[in-house]
Design a binder for this molecule. Structure first.
Ligand SMILES: Nc1nc2c(ncn2[C@@H]2O[C@H](COP(=O)(O)OP(=O)(O)OP(=O)(O)O)[C@@H](O)[C@H]2O)c(=O)[nH]1
Length: 601
């Protein structure tokens, strides 16, 4: 394949601006999909993805397009996930491309979430060109939106493509713009092999399937390959491309994008960002940008019904096959029984896994408040990691506790800078830099404790900037902090699954607010329930859930049988996310109440 006729690109768009519709049109226009297959949005497979509007797995589709110049071009359209938790995966997918198109809804304009990915693309030196979609809408304002794109991002919009994915307008112009604006790949097909893995998943028939972009060299069936980060060796069983259904190809040469199957059993061995080379003729250095992804956020997942423990474990094993950034190990809690301590990339990743466990595998769960990994040094001088508040030793055995810090880059329009600074300060941030990028665009850089980010930083940032801020972060280091364990007691008994690690200066306030919040979530019981927050043995806050005055349900029983059944069914529904802890039934909300605690003003 002559590289001159290859274009590797990705579509960057805010949720709902029409990326999937547009991608479908491209598939149609290039004859990749038959009428029967058109019915479903092909690029957006998982039901969950559609509902949440998030593309979780990057995918690559190969299209053939006969351009106006009479040549047949191969387009590799690479799909990227769109959330800060997955920014490493996004950066690797973008690294596989020479260009990207930024799709903006002409009736909405540039939106925050899009920006993080556009900046990633610009950082990867991609050629980015704008497409205004939904120009069929009466409320479309292409001129205003073009101005916005120029002001905020600094992209030239003089020949932006105007499209309506819905009506199929502008598709031809889009395809021609890809040919004209996105540079062809370069690379030497005879040099030692360097192929970038930008996505991997587990297929029960084929084992691990990896999507790769070949930068140098040529990859063929039967080749003995070496994964440079792990040092493992495999024989290539198949190479091919999705167009959009899988097609086997004789080879993938420099500049091409496709899949590799090499009998890899474990996706840990085909990490995103790793470089594939030949075992005998090795590349000297791997491609840049590989990172070991580590879970940043941990939380306990417990089945509501203890009988579902095995079901939950099996479900988690299945999910882990396909998601190397999700980890779990058994844990048990006095309050919740047997469950698992799970590690996630971030809060969104956590929510996605929870939802999949409940929806696809039918396990009802209780989730405990998310926490980060602390490094604790004991008075005996041992240093160890703690990712759960109830594993924190008692104060007298602790020499020091260190917590992870991140470097956060927040892009925000001018008018919100004050509010963002105030938020970062409140979250114990240390200001690094404020950069004025364009007339209306500012980048605020802060060092922040990750522990403050996992609680509610992102939601707060969105609400104070009306959704206009974008957040991107990377891990920095560990720093000593004055951290304490906040225990929650119910009727005098500490409930391990509710304890938290918080900063000493915030402990008082958080304790008070937390029990006040929990009180709202705990239904009244037959007797009084005391909720207390304590640091060590010192109680710092107390609330009481009053007893029910009389048994209001009693009179319903014994009556008409269908009414009784209905009532029982209702109860069952209501109970779904409740867990008996000692003598009290706690709803899921009580375990996550900390996420709802308002900040001290
Ligand atoms: N009027 C109009 N509606 C459009 C157009 N393109 C897409 N839509 C509609 O906009 C909505 C979102 O489109 P999608 O293609 O699902 O958007 P997306 O960006 O892929 O969204 P996610 O998959 O959720 O990230 C759908 O209801 C589409 O029918 C267009 O050109 N004009």
């Amino acid at each position: 394949m002559n590289q001159k006729y290859i274009r590797n690109f990705s579509i960057i768009a805010h949720i709902d601006h029409g990326k999937s519709t547009l991608a479908d049109r491209l598939l149609e226009a290039t004859g990749a999909l038959s009428d029967r297959e058109k019915t479903d949005q092909f690029l957006d497979k998982m039901e969950l993805e559609r509902e949440r509007g998030i593309t979780i797995k990057a995918q690559a589709v190969r299209l053939t397009y006969r351009a106006d110049d009479g040549h047949d071009y191969i387009f590799n359209l690479i799909d990227t996930p769109g959330h800060v938790d997955f920014s490493y995966e996004v950066s690797r997918s973008l690294a596989a491309c020479e260009g990207a198109t930024l799709v903006v809804d002409a009736s909405q304009g540039v939106e925050a979430q899009t920006l993080a990915n556009v900046y990633l693309a610009i950082d990867e030196d991609l050629e980015v060109f704008p497409v205004l979609n939904k120009i069929d809408l009466p409320s479309a304002e292409p001129e205003r939106v073009c101005e916005e794109i120029e002001d905020i991002i600094g992209l030239d919009t003089s020949d932006a493509v105007l499209a309506s994915a819905k009506e199929g307008r502008g598709i031809k112009e889009f395809l021609e713009a890809v040919v004209a604006k996105i540079p062809p790949p370069q690379g030497d097909p005879d040099a030692p092999l360097k192929a970038l893995i930008f996505d991997s998943w587990y297929d029960s028939y084929q084992g691990v399937v990896s999507l790769v972009r070949v930068f140098d060299g040529t990859l063929k069936k039967g080749d003995r390959i070496r994964l440079m980060a792990t040092g493992s060796n495999y024989e290539v069983l198949k190479v091919g491309a999705f167009s959009p259904f899988p097609v086997e190809l004789p080879q993938l040469a420099a500049g091409e994008v496709g899949f590799v199957i090499a009998g890899i059993k474990n996706i840990q061995d085909a990490k995103v960002g790793d470089t594939i080379t030949h075992d005998l003729r090795r590349a000297e250095t791997p491609l840049e940008g590989f990172q070991e992804v580590k879970p940043m956020v941990f939380s306990g997942l417990y089945p509501i019904d203890n009988g579902e423990y095995d079901l939950l474990r099996d479900a988690m094993e299945k999910l882990r096959l396909n998601d190397s950034s999700f980890s779990f190990e058994p844990e048990n809690s006095m309050a919740l029984g047997f469950g698992f301590r799970c590690g996630f990339l971030g809060l969104l990743h956590m929510e996605i896994i929870q939802e999949r466990l409940e929806r696809e595998f039918g396990v009802d769960l209780i989730t405990t408040a998310p926490t980060v990994v602390y490094q604790v040094t004991s008075t005996k001088g041992e240093r160890f990691a703690v990712e759960s508040a109830n594993k924190l030793p008692d104060v007298q055995y602790i020499e020091k506790i260190e917590e992870p810090f991140i470097l956060a880059s927040i892009h925000v329009p001018n008018e919100f800078v004050g509010a963002v600074l105030a938020l970062c300060e409140e979250k114990r941030g240390i200001q690094r830099e404020i950069k004025y990028l364009t007339a209306n665009r500012v980048m605020v850089i802060y060092e922040l404790p990750l522990n403050e980010i996992v609680l509610d930083f992102f939601d707060r940032l969105k609400s104070i900037t009306r959704g206009y801020a974008s957040l991107d972060y990377e891990a920095l280091d560990y720093r000593e902090s004055a951290l304490v364990r906040l225990n929650i007691l119910i009727n005098g008994e500490p409930v391990d699954a509710l304890s938290l690690i918080v900063h000493r200066d915030k402990a008082q306030y958080r304790g008070r607010e937390l029990v006040a919040r929990m009180k709202e979530f705990i239904p009244r019981q037959q007797y009084e329930v005391a909720l207390q927050a304590a640091i060590g043995n010192k109680v710092i806050a107390r609330e009481t859930v009053k007893a029910l005055r009389k048994d209001v349900t009693a009179k319903c029983y014994g009556g008409d049988i269908s009414r009784k059944r209905k009532l029982l069914e209702k109860q069952k529904e209501g109970k779904k996310r409740m867990k008996q802890v000692g003598s009290v039934e706690l709803p899921q909300e009580a375990f996550l109440a900390i996420l709802k605690v308002k900040e001290q003003k």
